[in-house]
Design a protein around this ligand. Structure first.
Ligand code: PDD
Length: 275
């Protein structure tokens, strides 16, 4: 398995990063995940633009457009050029003596790898989820590698044999540990606005656009936790999750067996046509 590291493509076992890399010491870095489907990256431009904007937010000087050719080279070396696969990109601030503040003009560490990944046409998961207090920090718009909060919250879902943990903060639902969260109530789709409490998922943006083009009313207004028993449907979105229907929230069963809501189903079918 091949890894791209700072301009070279090497075997993963030969990819070496300093223990003083601020990504290792502080989690001082960003990542991005995108999938290649039918020979092209799904919304590549938007993923790379989010990465660039994140780098600007945390003052890492790096131009992601230089990665386009490197990605092509990596896929070639990994024999994945025309295969369905998942690409992981990580850019950390770089290597420096351990000190919270960072030196000017430090050279970022850039790492990428690709693995084969075939996504289902339509996600058939009918997800069971648990609800938890969103105890992460208040800059969830930054797709940083420091994912301990997300890891701890997701791990709890695994303990309950659930697919995801959906999160609430200040009395409203925000997102999930590794996906965005949508509700449907009286035919209207609701999702938390793209502020500093959620990651503005690319799939989230695509689903909002789909609602507009299908004439489904969409409101970027968060759902209050006490409204949870009044919803008709709920679903999750994310790069590998695509659109996943939620079947059960804690002990509240929304759908039985293979049933799912009509709005979720309509969006899943429309999403499929974009690939
Ligand atoms: N997860 N919210 C969080 C906290 C996420 O980690 C992700 C993505 C999303 C959905 O974003 P997008 O639609 O752009 O994938 C929302 C990635 C894939 C991960 O950590 O593996």
């Amino acid at each position: 398995d091949k890894v791209y590291l700072n301009g070279s493509i090497v075997n993963s076992g030969d990819a070496k990063i300093s223990v003083f890399d601020r990504g290792f010491i502080f989690g001082d870095g960003l990542y991005e995940v995108m999938v290649q489907i039918n020979g092209r990256f799904f919304y590549e431009k938007e993923h790379l633009a989010r990465l660039q904007s994140g780098l600007q937010k945390i003052n890492i000087e790096f131009c992601v457009s230089s990665l386009k050719n490197e990605i092509i080279g990596l896929l070639k070396a990994a024999a994945l050029s025309d295969k369905d696969c998942l690409l992981y990109i990580q850019i950390t601030r770089g290597v420096a003596p351990r000190q919270h503040s960072f030196p000017a003009h430090i050279k970022p560490t850039v790492m990428m790898y690709a693995v084969p990944k075939v996504l289902p046409e339509i996600n058939t998961i009918n997800a069971h989820v648990i609800t938890r207090n969103d105890f992460r920090w208040s800059r969830c718009d930054i797709k940083m590698t420091s994912l301990l909060g997300n890891v701890m919250l997701n791990e709890e879902a695994m303990q309950y044999e659930c697919f995801e943990t959906i999160l609430h903060r200040n009395g409203v639902f925000t997102e999930a540990s590794h996906s965005n969260l949508f509700f449907v109530k009286n035919g209207v789709v609701y999702t938390h606005p793209a502020d500093e409490y959620i990651l503005n998922g690319i799939t989230r943006i695509v689903v909002i656009e789909l609602c507009h083009s299908l004439g489904i009313e969409i409101k970027e207004i968060p759902l209050a936790t006490e409204e949870i028993n009044t919803i008709d449907e709920a679903f999750l979105t994310g790069t590998s999750t695509q659109i996943a229907a939620i079947q059960k929230i804690d002990n509240h069963l929304l759908f039985k067996g293979n049933e799912k809501g009509p709005v979720t189903q309509r969006l899943q079918e429309a999403f499929l046509k974009l690939k």
